[in-house]
Write a new protein. Sequence first.
Length: 260
Amino acid sequence: MPDTPRIPSSDGAELEFHLSRSQQTGTSVGVVFLHGFPSGSVTAAHIGKDLPELADRVALEMGWSALTIRFRGCGHSTGDFSLAGWVEDAKHAVAHLRAEAAPDRVWIVGFGTGGAVGLVAAADDPSIVGAAIVGSPADFDDWARAPERLLAHAHNVGAITTPSFPHDLDDWKSQLRTVGATSAAERFSPRPLLVLHGSDDNVVPQFDARIVADAHGDAELRIIAGAGHQLRHDPRGIAVLLGWLERTRNELPMGASTPS
C-alpha cells in the first residue's frame, strides 16, 4: 500500500489512481474513467481493477491521456463511501489529470454509480466538454428509501470500514436524495452526453437511461440489445463508447466547452 500512487481528495481521503499518457504530439485530449459501486460479487477491494486496462487502450490506440481512480473506500484508496465524497473524488481526479497531462479538453466517463456522480461533477465544471454514463441510475431514491440497508451493505462489501462512520448520519442520508444524474443532466446540457445502457440490465432499469437522456434534451441514447449491467465487459458497449469519444473529439472545436 505505501507504494500505491494516490491523489489527495477532500476530507483527507487519498485515491489510488492510474494515469496513461498519450504519446502523440499535437492536440491533447483527456478522459477520466470512474467505476461503479461494489457488490457482493465484486467487493470494494476489487471494484475498478479493470479500468487501468481501458485507460491504457485509449492512450495507446486513440492518443488520449486517460486517468482512472478508485473511489474512497475502494481498492487502496482511503476514506469511507458517501455520495458527496465520491463527487469530490471525481472532481479531484479531473484536476489531477489537468495538472499532470495538461489536456486541452476533458471528458468524464462513468460506469454505474460512477456515471451518476461523474455527471454531477461534470455539471459543476463548465470546462468539461463531454460526458458518458454507462448503466447508471437516474437517481438514488431506492437507496434513500432504505438508507440503513445501504449502510449495512457498504460495510459488508468493504466500502465503509470505519465503525463510527458516518459521523453525521442525517447528512449522509440526505445525499441520497440530492445527488442524482437526472438533475445533473439538465445542468450539463447542451454539452455532449452519451447515455449507454443494456436492454437486459437487471440492476439498473433501462427506463433510468431514458429519464436521464430526456432530462438532458439532446443526449445520444444507445441501448445495447441483450446486454446486462456489466457493459464494461461487453465489446459492443465499449465499441460504442470509444467511437462516441472519438466522434465528439472531432466535432468539438478547440477550446469549446459546448457544441458549436
